[in-house]
Design a protein around this ligand. Sequence first.
Ligand SMILES: NC(=O)c1ccc[n+]([C@@H]2O[C@H](COP(=O)([O-])OP(=O)(O)OC[C@H]3O[C@@H](n4cnc5c(N)ncnc54)[C@H](OP(=O)(O)O)[C@@H]3O)[C@@H](O)[C@H]2O)c1
Length: 103
Amino acid sequence: MYVVIGASGNTGSVVANTLLDQGKKVRVIGRHAERLQPFVARGAEPFIADVADADALTRAFNGAEGVYAMIPPMFKVRIFAPTSAPSPKQLATLWRRRESGTP
Ligand SMILES: NC(=O)c1ccc[n+]([C@@H]2O[C@H](COP(=O)([O-])OP(=O)(O)OC[C@H]3O[C@@H](n4cnc5c(N)ncnc54)[C@H](OP(=O)(O)O)[C@@H]3O)[C@@H](O)[C@H]2O)c1
């Protein structure tokens, strides 16, 4: 069984429909049952959850062979705001880790 976060979205729908085309068992995650309905009509199992709910995701991932772990777009979060950008020190640390092969 495969789990698809954001199955009703642009990318998740392609993943979910491709898996369903292949006859795979699919569990589709989203916040709105009606948006998951087209996949349920094709045999998918709906799972209503918000990705902010770790307990719900843990249950949703239970028994999965694979997960499309999409992080939904967060339009309310200014991800490019200076306050959320890595500091030069953080960037340098990341760069050194990459160069040294440190995970
Ligand atoms: N499509 C692009 O061209 C593109 C380009 C660059 C980056 N990206 C990134 O790729 C990712 C996927 O994009 P996309 O275009 O497939 O997104 P999308 O079409 O906006 O779909 C988002 C999906 O996530 C679900 N969702 C939203 N917030 C949720 C939450 N809090 N909990 C659970 N489900 C939630 C939505 O369903 P419900 O609202 O029903 O919950 C919907 O199915 C995003 O991170 C996006 O920023 C996309």
